[in-house]
Design a protein around this ligand. Sequence first.
Ligand code: SF4
Ligand code: SF4
Length: 376
Amino acid sequence: MVLTRREFVQTGVQASVLGFSVWKIPGLAELIAAQPLQRVAEVPLIWIATGSCTGCSVSLLNSASPSIQEALLGEILPGKHLSLGFHTTLMASAGEPAMEAMRRVVAENPGAFFLLVDGATATAADGFYCSIGETPEGIPISGYSLVRDLAGDAAAVLAIGTCSSFGGIPAAHPNPTGCVSVGTLLEREGVSTPVVNIPGCPPHPDWIVGTVATVLLGGVEALNPDEHGRPAAFFGPLIHDNCPYRGHYDRGDFAEVFGEHGCLLKLGCKGPATYADCPLRKWNNGTSWCIEAGHPCIGCTEPDFPYEASLFEVITPADLTPPAVYPPASAQPAAKGISPGTAAVVGGAVGAAAVGAAVGAAKLAKSAAPPEDVEG
Ligand code: SF4
Ligand code: SF4
């Protein structure tokens, strides 16, 4: 779909219904109307919140590059403008006008809009632990049926956050509301619309905006999703491989209490079993991230989150990917007992690297197993 300038201005008026105050600036619409004709492809979005805490929406609002204003009011990609037609938290309208706006997006863009869902979906009690709007007869519409029906008409579904992707906290034991992920819901209902999982509690704003932009550029396939449906660009790296405490881990130098310096494994860090680019991207516009702030990674992007036992249960690291200079963790050190100092004397750069690798392997073999006093 493309927009004429006139249609774009009309969209702006509709955006004011969503509460975007920039459109209320006197004369702005006329100024835009006076600009040369530009054609912009409109990308309709519907954002549904089911069993959620709204944290995913708050995280999206923290987007820095692009800012949320740029993402929603400008062109997210050259010639492509996001049109957020429904978002219960952000839109100013409520009740029937809001539901009518949603229905209009579906009717005008069959099979062409994107459905974003944050929150797990309740299935118990016919799904009425979560209802969104009413039928013309005044009957509450369950979140379950709304997600199912909208997903059936959408081009693709983006599950925003761990609750939507895997069930997360609402689906934690004993799960009295019978919460399920979007993927599980659609599988049960036989809806084959592609689902992309963007987990995180909450997800980083870059993961949301970057995924949307990638889908618009190359479709869902361009995300190269992993076995859990997560885009490889954001959820490919293992936290543990990029952690500033990795050296401490390799030396067996573990913090015993919060605030102590050292690897946080014994305090419950899930970094060795969690895939996300947090150490590289950092949070709050690149300011810091969980481990840098002194707290273990709690594995918030993983399907098992928030874990049966405890967020701080100590895990046994497995399937480690050692740094490139190390041989596999299972390899036996070739020169057991040699010191890095001796290595420096014995060889040149290549030789030293080889012996250093052997020393590293010995340390890794020692530390790959959890410390003796750690419960596995
Ligand atoms: S266990 Fe956690 S704190 Fe320790 S190196 Fe791995 S990711 Fe970093
Ligand atoms: S470091 Fe771990 S707990 Fe923190 S946001 Fe990243 S994946 Fe989630």
